[in-house]
Design a protein around this ligand. Structure first.
Ligand code: NAD
Ligand code: AHE
Ligand code: ZN
Length: 382
């Protein structure tokens, strides 16, 4: 029996309160309105940003909500005037929309799209309402325009891209955030060139994806900096040449900035923060080479945190910039990433260190903080 146009009962994980585990329960998902798409999510993974918002540190974090933004699935139905995807299409949800028509999209200067960002940040669809409620009838908010922690979710048509159905959905879901963010930050936002030296603070999925992007560009030195030694084992797989643990590998009062400058004859061409720690962001900037070094902030810092450095660091030629979703335009460029993955030039499967049934989602949040884990992919079918 067709579910088109009808509310659907869906397994979901509800974030009722900051700092509390998610509640796995059935919710009601309304049909998509005009320019909306209802997706049956097959695979979703937990990104550090989901944990950040659940912790209560996100100024845009609102509760109760359905978190999750790394997800892939199959279109169940579409609302009026949707022309870009159709029922049955394999898709990836996009937290960075691409409308192609707004000032941002038309600028050619950024992947940030203005079409749905304001309502997305308030946890509602573009018409200002939610498609989710619990069985008590209480409204549940959307998150990052994706809410992939519900088996059925509704997104704006500008927030979804159809992909090659031959690509496994468990791999495609990681292209919805972590892998694309890091890889794109290296090859697009920073535009690393052959021979460049690179240091990456934070060797999680995002940082290791920066490493593979830097390697793809022929960087001469790719230094991973992480306080967790368990991440060292990934360095060669993703193209890094060195690993430094600042809690163990510094001698005689040397700072991590001094160590990196010593290792690179004056500093790095590019550094990347993939930790969200504002002190680390400062180190990353100050480890850049005088005159031309560029530091890219990718990590997301808690509400109230600010970055600082001596202005002299910038006066003397270092550049501080940021990157969201790796500078990638999801609807135009996802196809290319999927192709690279299928042809073997982009590693994705290697980031899947854990697989779990969706109902174990709270354990997946624990995995994120555990030793050598990168991504846990959750499966709705078991
Ligand atoms: P993760 O938790 O898997 O990895 C973070 C890594 O940083 C861990 O290996 C941890 O040991 C390391 N780390 C923590 N503190 C450190 C320190 N002081 N010095 C060195 N290393 C340290 O996270 P992830 O999913 O890879 O995400 C990384 C960051 O990027 C998070 O802040 C996340 O919110 C953010 N993020 C941003 C975007 C974007 O578009 N800008 C997209 C995805 C994720
Ligand atoms: N609500 C947060 C925003 C945090 C943030 O910077 N998010 C990243 C994506 S993290 C994905 O894991 C991003 O792309 N930002 C651009 C945007 O438009 O949100 C806060 O701290 O306010
Ligand atoms: Zn993410």
């Amino acid at each position: 029996m067709s579910t088109e146009g009808k509310p659907i009962t869906s397994l979901a994980a509800v974030a009722y309160e900051a700092g509390k585990p998610l509640t796995v329960e059935e919710i009601i998902v309304d049909p998509p309105k005009a320019h909306e798409v209802r997706i049956r999510i097959k695979k979703t993974a937990v990104c550090h940003t989901d944990a950040y918002t659940l912790s209560g540190a996100d100024p845009e974090g609102a509760f109760p909500s359905i978190l999750g933004h790394e997800g892939a699935g199959v279109v169940e139905s579409v609302g009026e005037d949707v022309t870009s995807v159709k029922p049955g299409d394999h898709v990836v949800a996009l937290y960075t929309a691409e409308c192609g028509k707004c000032k941002f999209c038309k600028s050619g200067k950024t992947n940030l799209c203005g079409s749905v960002r304001a309502t997305q940040g308030k946890g509602v669809m573009p018409d200002g309402t939610s498609r989710f409620k619990n069985k008590k009838g209480e409204t549940l908010l959307h998150f990052m325009g994706c809410s992939t922690f519900s088996e059925y979710t509704v997104v704006a048509d500008v927030s979804v891209v159809a992909i090659d159905p031959k690509a496994p959905l468990e791999s495609a879901c990681l292209l919805g955030c972590g892998v694309t963010t890091g890889y794109g930050a290296a090859v697009k936002s920073a535009n690393v060139q052959k021979g460049d030296t690179v240091a990456i603070f934070g060797a999680g999925t995002v940082g290791l994806s920066v490493a593979q992007g830097a390697q793809a560009r022929g960087a001469s030195k790719i230094i991973l900096v992480d306080i967790n030694d368990a991440k060292k084992k990934y360095m060669h797989e993703f193209g890094a040449t060195d690993f430094v643990n600042p809690t163990k590998d510094l001698q005689n009062g040397q700072t991590i900035v001094e160590k990196l400058i010593e290792m690179t004859d004056g500093g790095l061409d590019f550094t990347f923060d993939c930790t969200g720690n504002v002190k680390v962001m400062r180190d990353a900037l100050e480890a850049c080479h005088k005159g031309w070094g560029v530091s890219v902030v990718i990590g997301v810092a808690a509400s109230g945190q600010e970055i600082s450095t001596r202005p002299f660091q910038l006066v003397t030629g270092r550049v501080w910039k940021g990157s969201a979703f790796g500078g990638i335009k999801g609807r135009s460029e996802m196809g290319g990433l999927i192709k690279d993955y299928r042809e073997g030039s982009l590693k994705v499967d290697e980031f899947i260190t854990n697989r779990r049934a969706f109902k174990e989602i709270n354990d997946a949040f624990e995995d994120l903080h555990a030793g050598d884990s990168l991504r846990t992919v959750l499966d709705y079918t078991n």
